[in-house]
Design a protein around this ligand. Structure first.
Ligand SMILES: NC(=O)c1ccc[n+]([C@@H]2O[C@H](COP(=O)([O-])OP(=O)(O)OC[C@H]3O[C@@H](n4cnc5c(N)ncnc54)[C@H](O)[C@@H]3O)[C@@H](O)[C@H]2O)c1
Length: 351
């Protein structure tokens, strides 16, 4: 039985708790949240002990094998550091790893020196639809085009006053950035997982508020393998663009499309909360035409947590897992994309 302590009981924890409900051999023993209502409700659900601050949990609780950090972005660095200092042996930390690459580099170094197990919670690698792309890569042969896009039917408040902003989510000093940090980070991690590392980037950015809250991005990722990927991100004022998403009025429209010499694959609408089926369209050479298959997006949470629970026992990262280094790499690439945006799309080397 793997015992877990959870730090934070906010929006994302709904997905984590869904996953934990579906995994055997795991027990949540302690939960920390400054929000007493959601913290105590979660403790009641799992029969866990409640702490009103994560620091109290780390200094007083010893009955766990690993922790899950689901705190606001600006707290990841301090919480990871405090957890390692407290002797925690396994950490699953929500994305982005830090609010800048300097923080995430320090987390990588500290985790390495302490010899602990660390996983960055980029769950799209565990998504059943996106896994189909990885499975298809050999079959479809040489890649011609890859396009990745995420459009949310929810404009930034500075271009519309309709969107309510939750405290830290909308403050770049606390969140680390705009849509690129919140959502583009997922695709940067996933695209590295699928197509290898990124050599250089070019990025044009509209509505850059100057403080890192960038949205409406048109990027090009030049992969070390030679593949060029078009990446588009936008929080747009267009309602109902995709499956309903409680935080955004009307929709979440996310796609990765791959065109190759011997095949085609497109993954659509992996909604974050996963309440709707996602669609995978594929064609392999010899098939009369494309075939559509639907998957349960919510499986991504179960797969991610099952992998982490297993890693708490073995200290080995699952083949789909993102390491601390992967988390750092994404944070660094984001900074390089911003740099390119400031230089109006000039190509910026990553290494
Ligand atoms: N993987 C994804 O797709 C995804 C989606 C959404 C959020 N996230 C990430 O999850 C993390 C949490 O985001 P959220 O939207 O759930 O935030 P939130 O603001 O809804 O929740 C934050 C939680 O942290 C708790 N907290 C704050 N200070 C604390 C302290 N000192 N001690 C204990 N608890 C404390 C709050 O009580 C709250 O429960 C962020 O890093 C975010 O980027 C990931």
């Amino acid at each position: 039985m793997v015992k877990l302590a959870i730090l934070g009981t906010g929006i994302i924890s709904e997905c984590h708790f869904f996953a934990l409900d579906h995994i055997k051999d795991v027990k949540v023993t302690a939960i920390a949240s400054i929000d007493e209502k959601s913290g105590k409700a979660a403790c009641e659900k799992f029969g866990a002990k409640y702490y009103n601050d994560y620091k109290n949990l780390l200094s007083n609780e010893k009955d766990f094998d690993g922790i899950v950090i689901a705190l606001p972005n600006h707290m990841h660095y301090e919480a990871c550091t405090a957890a390692i200092d407290a002797g925690v042996k396994s950490i699953l930390c929500e994305k982005p790893l830090g609010i800048n690459s300097e923080q995430s580099a320090c987390i990588v170094e500290k985790a390495r020196k302490a010899g602990i197990f660390f996983q960055t919670a980029y769950m799209k690698r565990f998504n059943p639809g996106f896994r189909k792309i990885k499975d298809a890569l050999e079959e479809i042969g040489e890649i011609e085009f890859v396009t990745s896009s995420i459009y949310a039917s929810s404009p930034e408040p500075s271009i519309s006053s309709k969107t309510p902003v939750k405290s830290w989510h909308g403050d770049s000093k606390l969140s680390g950035g705009g849509f690129l940090t919140h959502s583009g980070s997922h695709h940067l991690d996933l695209l590295r997982h699928l197509f290898g590392d990124i050599k250089s980037v070019s990025c044009k950015c509209r509505y850059d508020s100057g403080d890192g809250r960038d949205y409406y991005l048109n990027g090009k990722l030049f992969m070390k393998s030679g593949i060029e990927i078009d990446m588009r991100l936008g929080r747009v004022d267009i309602p109902n663009l995709g499956p309903g998403f409680t935080l955004f009025r009307g929709g979440w429209n996310e796609t990765i499309e791959v065109i190759a010499h011997r095949g085609y694959i497109k993954v659509e609408n992996p909604s974050w909360q996963g309440y709707e089926a996602m669609k995978v369209t594929h064609w392999f050479k010899g098939m009369p035409g494309p075939t559509e298959t639907y998957y349960e997006c919510n499986e991504q949470w179960i797969n991610e947590f099952a992998a982490y629970v297993e890693s708490c026992k073995t200290h080995i990262l699952s083949p789909s897992g993102s390491s601390a280094e992967d988390g750092y790499r994404v944070d660094f690439i984001i900074e390089k994309m911003r740099e390119s945006g400031r230089k109006n799309g000039e190509i910026v080397e990553i290494d």
